[in-house]
Write a protein that binds this ligand. Structure first.
Ligand SMILES: Cc1ncc(COP(=O)(O)O)c(C=O)c1O
Length: 364
């Protein structure tokens, strides 16, 4: 096995670090991230229409890289991520996590005051949520704070049903604070078949555009932030919405399979050592504490022919090509929950060096 090519990965051009590193190790390939960024900006219809989610990487250096390509607005799931993008100089952050946790909302309101030159957008999907914002603001007015209404496109996670109550909520936001517009994440649409994906996404679009038109008749803004990895390019092509994918950053074994039309490269993997072998199986040193813990066990990564069993620190695999002592690249099925496990990444830089760079990991 050579140091420069990986025989077991989906992408045989993945580079291995030519240095001795302790494994398991989260490896990021900067050139692939840059390639993915350029492809994503193109599919979004320009940097001004892309609002990339940072939950995938939680890495300040990647935020800086995105800013350097002309993107100015970001989406985040947690207050800590919002803080990270504002610290990096973003002009807008959309905290896309409607919550009833007053403490979390208070923390984000603190950022509004701390970064007066940047716009902070929160989400609400209920009147209770709006009331918490109003109570915590206690009459203080911030020109750089606005709230958007989160719509549920059938995903069943968060968001208010598109309909009269959603309009009433938007009107209440408009009266109480500053209405930023609408937000929708259709992460339940995960069809590898492009025609099916497009049909399902356009059904959501039609329902939402009808709602936005009704809102517009009542004087509400029609600004919309929409989509994720499977749908953002469809939203970009068929609407004026700004679009928000996160998974573009590193892609994943799932996205390499389902989203070949995006032309993303694998931008991150877990470097692992084969530490043992017996009776037709080998054991690698990356277990459920190292890679995609939220995925079904037998599909947590690509890079071995078959995953037989997984423990905290070990995975038992069947792959006749793997020998004890080999170093292997395991491409996560879910890059977001993998990056989250590591406070730093070993980065193969665009300039051809290898260096560790910090990321938030599981910091909240
Ligand atoms: C609200 C929201 N927006 C955008 C994204 C990014 O989507 P994706 O990972 O599909 O690119 C996510 C991911 O879960 C999300 O929860």
């Amino acid at each position: 096995m050579t140091d420069t090519a990986i025989p077991y990965a989906l992408d045989s051009t993945l580079a291995l670090p030519p240095i001795d590193v302790e494994t398991p190790c989260f490896v990021v390939l900067e050139s692939a991230v840059l390639h993915n960024l350029d492809e994503t900006i193109k599919a979004a219809g320009g940097a001004h229409r892309l609002v990339p989610h940072v939950k995938t990487h939680r890495a300040p250096w990647i935020v800086e890289l995105i800013l350097s390509r002309g993107v100015t607005a970001f989406k985040t799931a947690t207050p800590r991520e919002a803080e990270m993008v504002l610290d990096a100089g973003a002009s807008e952050v959309i905290w896309s996590y409607p919550t009833l946790s007053a403490a979390a909302i208070k923390r984000v309101i603190g950022l509004v005051g701390k970064f007066p030159g940047s716009k902070v957008v929160g989400l609400v999907d209920s009147f209770e949520g709006l009331q918490i914002w109003v109570n915590l603001l206690a009459g203080r007015e911030y020109k750089n704070l606005a709230l958007a209404v989160d719509l549920d496109p059938g995903m069943g996670r968060t968001g208010i049903k598109p309909g009269p109550e959603a309009i009433e909520l938007a009107q209440s936001v408009d009266r109480a604070l500053n209405f930023a517009g609408w937000h929708v994440y259709d992460g339940h649409i995960q069809d590898a078949d492009i025609a099916v994906r497009e049909r399902r996404c356009l059904e959501v679009r039609n329902e939402l555009l009808a709602l936005l038109a009704k809102g517009s008749e009542l004087g509400l803004r029609t600004a919309l932030v929409a989509g994720g990895s499977y749908s953002f390019a469809i939203w970009a092509k068929h609407t004026d919405a700004r679009v928000s994918t996160g998974s573009w950053t590193f892609s994943s074994s799932q996205h390499q399979h389902d989203l070949a039309d995006r032309h993303w490269k694998v931008g991150a993997y877990v470097l692992s050592t084969v530490i043992s072998g017996r009776n037709g199986t080998v054991t690698v040193d990356a277990g459920s504490k190292a890679i995609s813990p939220d995925m079904p066990m037998d599909r947590r990564f690509a890079g071995a022919e078959k995953i037989v069993g997984m423990k905290e620190e070990h995975t038992i695999v069947m792959d006749p090509k793997m020998q004890p002592g080999d170093r292997v690249a395991l491409v996560p099925r879910h890059a977001c929950t993998t990056a989250y496990l590591y406070p730093r990444a070993l980065v193969g830089t665009a300039a051809g060096k290898w260096e560790y760079r910090d990321q938030l990991g599981c910091e909240r």
